[in-house]
Design a protein around this ligand. Structure first.
Ligand code: ADP
Length: 486
């Protein structure tokens, strides 16, 4: 690490299997780079199927004991984990910013919110109620109990290196499951630091394993191994579909948090200042690299010019730079591929008549992976940016005339994760909330996620919900018991 940590032992460059810190069988390691500087942060083990299989077998052994612990005992370990995460939040934030690029304040926010998920599910562990069902015949008691699914495999992306793990692993562990997880290759060190703290908190050996390395090989073992009963994945729709197909062969349950193409609709009757503030938060957080980022900003004709002017003014003032620098609002993008994708989308839009009152190009002077916060106006449906998930700091503005048109444009996508709209008409707020085909709707709000609420999408954005009282159900099976008596 280029920045000294208060507790250097949190920076682990080995994987974590069965409670031990280990290298790949081959001894091979690959470097992880800082997206702000291009410098090496550290090396991670390049593991494959054999190590994954051993982690799954260790998880199976740990599961057989953990499931027998009371919910209260499991909750106590999870709460210690949450306390340690908060205690070490500065170091965790340094590690996260070094490998992911987001501003330190944002990294700290993510860590605090992850601790919130762990706390929440520690409590929910105690509320996994079954039910009694009125019997149709005398001499019968019918009831259900909820039991942990078993060994869970989890695959997470790089945009929220700790929160994505907390949202899957905390409910799984709280429910009594064991976990084998694969973090994204860009951000393994946050995951490994989290595992270190889990071990200190008292998670038993083998209960929470982290395998780093070859995505395809690790994924194939996870999806084909009979011991694994559930796969929880967050990432692209393309990879999610492949994993679902593979899980079908052993009939595993799946939870999928996939891509989005979020509309952000501003009606004539919106509070424009509020809408601008919220679009900044929704669009530019994490440099636009979240699956719920506003992707298509649709503005009604009567306020279009005013909104475009106000938004451009605000975006011009956003500070971009390395995440470690004070006051920075946006960091770099994750890699070269991300820069190329964003630049191609912007070039395509500009070539078809869009204008860029702010930004519109990479900021090479800051480093290879910085892209200027951008506003595009006069954007139309024939541009690629309408259809693709941008995953970068580009705000394309579309103009619409009627409510029907806005809703129909908003729904004209295979995705269905998050949608936002701004209006002060209470009838419209209800109408549009109901009509949007999305798993989550922000009505006069540009932010959605919290540990207390169900996060997830419909259509090709996924299956299942993380967070809230629903999150733990993803890791529980219902068992029906019919008790007969004389
Ligand atoms: P992104 O393009 O944002 O990196 P991906 O869907 O490619 O999104 O990656 C999300 C996670 O899925 C990462 O941990 C990545 O390594 C993993 N992944 C990618 N391809 C596969 C695969 N074929 N099998 C298993 N995991 C995969």
């Amino acid at each position: 690490m280029s920045v000294p940590l208060k507790d250097e032992s949190l920076f682990r460059q080995q994987a974590f299997i069965n409670g031990k810190w280990i290298d790949a069988d081959s001894g091979r390691k690959v470097p992880v780079y800082d997206p702000a500087t291009g410098k090496e942060v550290g090396m991670m083990p390049w593991m494959g199927a054999a190590e994954t299989r051993r982690a799954i077998e260790a998880a199976e052994r740990a599961f057989s004991l953990w499931r027998k612990r009371t919910a209260k005992e499991r909750a106590a370990v999870l709460r210690r984990w949450r306390d340690l995460i908060l205690l070490h939040q500065d170091d965790l934030a340094q590690i996260m910013t070094a490998e992911q690029g987001k501003p330190l304040a944002e990294a700290r926010g993510e860590i605090v919110s992850s601790a919130g998920y762990i706390e929440w599910f520690a409590e929910e562990a105690k509320r996994t109620y079954g039910e009694t069902i009125p019997a149709g015949n005398s001499g019968q008691q019918l009831l259900t109990i909820r039991q942990p699914i078993g060994v869970v495999a989890a695959i997470t992306p790089w945009n929220f290196p700790i929160q994505m793990i907390a949202r899957k692993c905390a409910p799984a562990l709280a429910a009594g499951c064991a976990v084998v997880m694969k973090p994204a290759p860009q951000t393994p060190f946050s995951a490994l630091a989290l595992a270190d703290l889990g071990q200190r908190a008292g998670l038993p050996d083998g209960l929470f394993n982290i395998v780093t390395g070859k995505a395809g090989e690790i994924g194939d073992e996870m999806t084909s191994n009979h011991i694994v009963r559930k796969l929880s994945f967050t990432g692209s729709t393309v990879v999610g579909k492949v994993l679902m197909e593979k899980c079908a062969l052993t009939v595993k349950q799946v939870s999928m948090e996939l891509g989005g193409n979020a509309p952000f609709i501003v009606f004539d009757d919106a509070d424009l200042d509020r809408a601008v503030n919220h679009v900044i938060a929704s669009k530019f957080r994490n440099a636009g690299q979240t699956c719920v980022c506003a992707n298509r900003i649709m503005v009604q004709k009567g306020v279009y010019d005013d909104f475009a002017r106000r938004l451009s003014e605000r975006v011009r003032g956003l500070k971009i730079g390395p995440g470690t620098e004070d006051g920075v609002f946006l960091g770099p993008l994750i890699d070269d591929r991300a820069i190329d994708k964003v630049d191609d989308l912007v070039k395509d839009a500009l070539s078809k008549g869009a204008k860029a009152p702010v930004g519109g190009a990479p900021l090479k002077e800051l480093g290879a992976q910085f892209y200027a916060p951008t506003v595009l106006t006069d954007v139309t449906q024939n541009m690629q940016v309408f259809h693709k998930e941008i995953f970068g700091p580009v705000a394309p503005l579309y103009c619409f005339e009627s409510e029907e048109e806005a809703v129909s444009l908003a729904n004209a996508t295979r995705y269905g994760l998050a949608a936002y709209f701004f209006s002060q008409d209470v009838g419209r707020v209800w109408r549009v909330s109901e009509a949007l085909e999305y798993g989550m709707v922000g009505a006069n709000s540009g932010t959605l996620s919290s540990e207390a609420t169900p996060f997830g999408g419909i259509k090709e954005s996924g299956i299942g919900r993380e967070g809230g009282k629903y999150g733990i159900q993803e890791y529980l099976e219902i068992k029906y018991i019919n008790m007969g008596f004389d």
